[in-house]
Design a protein around this ligand. Structure first.
Ligand SMILES: Cc1cc2nc3c(=O)[nH]c(=O)nc-3n(C[C@H](O)[C@H](O)[C@H](O)COP(=O)(O)O)c2cc1C
Length: 215
């Protein structure tokens, strides 16, 4: 069993190394979800619900919507417009950005063959909500999502946090019967992974990430 620091530093977005030919027992997914239920929530409220998608027909349709989301992401981008090159980034960072894009594209192409998808949802929706509501509602589901991914990694499963399907959130809600007052926050493809090792990823110096006693 890997230790906590290794688990926390080597839980990567797994896309190319998902084993698309091996079934994932629901009991194993449930183990991970039971661990996810232990994550903190605002006011100890139980406002999150995780939808597990296993049915091949549903995964095919979900895959179609995910790829439509991917197409819209390339055309429209997220928030501030289409994905752009960041000026001044060094070569290594650009090469990494390209690798991530190629890997994300690979996942979009293979998504209907991933045996299990997990879609975390939360209520109420935060569209237009104030900062406290947004932080409280989203903070009551996101820790559980990461716990799910960590628990999965500890059991030999690979996952990736994805959001691209949210371009088609309404269509996905209709497909899965998710009520209108619930908001989907991610889609986590889940499969056993191939290969044995994952490593910590390069990150900027700590000084760019934290400041003490003020900004
Ligand atoms: C909020 C969020 C949204 C993401 N959306 C996608 C996505 O839609 N598709 C995808 O392939 N990866 C997505 N990712 C995965 C990131 O690309 C990945 O975490 C990042 O490149 C760092 O790689 P690592 O997790 O292996 O360190 C997302 C990650 C986060 C946290």
């Amino acid at each position: 069993m890997i230790g906590p620091d290794e688990l926390l530093t080597t839980t990567r977005a797994v896309r190319r190394r998902l084993d698309l030919d091996r079934d994932v027992p629901q009991a194993l997914v449930d183990e991970c979800l039971r661990i996810a239920q232990q994550a903190p929530t605002g006011g100890n409220r139980r406002i999150a619900r995780f939808v597990v998608v296993r049915d091949a027909g549903l995964r095919r349709e979900l895959g179609r919507l995910y790829r439509e989301g991917w197409r819209r992401y390339l055309a429209e981008g997220v928030g501030s417009g289409p994905p752009r090159r960041v000026p001044g980034r060094d070569r290594e960072a650009l090469a990494m950005q390209r690798r991530v894009a190629a890997s994300a594209r690979h996942l979009a192409d293979a998504i209907d063959r991933v045996p299990v998808h997990v879609i975390p949802c939360v209520t109420p929706r935060t569209d237009g909500a104030d900062a406290v509501t947004q932080a409280s509602v989203l903070g009551s589901v996101m820790p559980a999502v990461w716990s799910y991914m960590l628990a999965a990694r500890a059991r030999g499963l690979g996952t990736a946090w994805t959001t691209i399907h949210l371009f088609e959130e309404r269509a996905v809600a209709e497909l899965l019967g998710i009520p209108d007052d619930h908001m989907q926050v991610a889609l986590i493809p889940t499969a056993f992974h191939t290969g044995a090792r994952f490593s910590p990823a390069p990150r900027p110096p700590l000084d760019e990430f934290r400041s003490v006693d003020g900004w």
